[in-house]
Write a protein that binds this ligand. Structure first.
Ligand code: GN1
Ligand code: MG
Length: 372
């Protein structure tokens, strides 16, 4: 049991960090929370039963973590002034440290922050219906609509080079050059071949950005389904969390990332990679609800590049997992040594499924736009 672990010495730094934040009453429990691959996340409950989310930010992924909190202040103020309808997104609020700061740095230099917990919410590790996918599309579209007038220069870049596929491809090639050449496993051979055969597509979005065909906007950066909170009773999407990568980027990064997560019927961690399949009904439901929120500001070029993005972002995530596997799992947390290889192959199998369905994906996008 995770909770029992909290009483032993190596985790006391977590309790120490939890105590640095200004909760209303003393802390009753601190337990690991969620399935994040980068930061360490804990659910803190005080004696009044109030829940909060404590996180140690991974400095390898976020070298300047204070930028995350500065961005969050700007973002929350911007959205609070606009999200005034009947169905608002409930975003987490910052719980300040006792010294009045938005974060706490412990004796080891670890960077901690605490956010409010969205009560009554649940996450789905895997979606089970097109209706849920539609809710995910609504939440992402609503978020994009709320920030579409937030000037990109008002937010810091929290992660340089995030979602620039050519960079990830170059890192994969470097890792490959260093990897031992003898006897790759069937999974590794498949991944090498799959990745190398797609060098020509890696620039699809970055080239369009450089040429001014696609414009930078404020994006979420990580809208996978674990980061969409649903109301436990109604199964409606009520929140988008994990706002650490909210920064300037292309809408296409978010749409590609959201679809690769929501439409993979096997989920991100299936028992075997070959189970990964892209579901068109979910894609249709998600895009229809997404476009209903965003149609007013999507340009013809934005729409033209959607199929490229839907193919590219899962491929990019596969490259990221594969490079990390080759580098000894230094970025994404793993529970066993080959896990990042399995994750990479899963994203590549998903990419293959998307490639086979591209004509149908183009048709359903046209239909979603026509309905908006
Ligand atoms: C990471 O830490 P987490 O689980 O929220 C990653 C995302 C990946 C995701 C895959 C900063 O997100 O880009 O899509 O894993 N975040 C970062 O599950 O690299
Ligand atoms: Mg994240």
């Amino acid at each position: 049991m995770a909770g029992a672990d909290m009483n032993i010495a190596p985790t006391t730094s977590v309790q120490h960090a939890a105590a640095a934040f200004a909760l209303a009453t003393p802390i009753r429990s601190v337990e690991p929370l969620g399935l994040g691959l980068i930061n360490d996340t804990y659910l803190v409950i005080d004696t009044a039963g109030t829940q909060a989310v404590l996180q140690r930010i991974n400095r390898r992924a976020f070298p300047k973590p204070e930028r995350i909190l500065e961005n969050l202040r700007t973002l929350l103020a911007h959205i609070a002034a606009r999200d005034t309808g009947t169905r608002t997104l409930q975003l987490p609020e910052i719980v300040q440290a006792r010294d009045g700061q938005d974060w706490f740095i412990d004796a080891d230099g670890s960077f901690w922050r605490t956010l409010t917990y969205i009560t009554g919410s649940v996450t789905h590790e895997r979606l089970t219906s097109a209706a849920q996918a539609g809710e995910v599309g609504y939440a992402l579209g609503r978020f994009h609509a709320l920030v579409q007038d937030l000037p990109t220069e008002h937010l810091h870049v929290t992660r340089e080079g995030f979602h620039q596929t050519p960079l990830y491809f170059a890192r994969f090639r470097e890792a490959l050059a260093r990897a031992p050449a003898h006897n790759p496993s069937p999974a590794l051979s498949f991944c090498f071949e799959f990745a190398n055969a797609r060098e020509s597509i890696v620039g699809a979005l970055e080239d369009a950005k450089r040429q001014g065909i696609l414009a930078l906007r404020i994006i979420h950066g990580d809208p996978k389904i674990d980061n969409v909170l649903f109301d436990g009773a109604s199964d409606k999407a009520i929140s988008l969390i994990d706002l650490d990568t909210v920064q300037p980027g292309l809408l296409h990064y978010d749409i590609g990332d959201c679809l690769r997560s929501a439409c993979n019927t096997a989920g991100e961690s299936p028992g075997q990679a070959s189970d990964a399949q892209f579901d068109l009904d979910r894609c249709h439901a998600l895009m229809t609800r997404y476009v209903a929120e965003t149609r007013a500001f999507l340009t013809p070029s934005d729409i033209d590049y959607l199929p490229d993005a839907i193919r590219l972002i899962p491929f990019e995530l596969g490259l990221r997992f594969l490079a990390d596997h080759l580098n000894g799992n230094v970025y994404f947390k793993v529970k066993w040594p080959e896990q990042n290889l399995l994750r990479a192959e899963t994203q590549f199998r998903l990419t293959a499924s998307i490639e086979a369905k591209l004509p149908a994906i183009r048709t359903l996008i046209t239909d979603a736009i026509a309905r908006a």
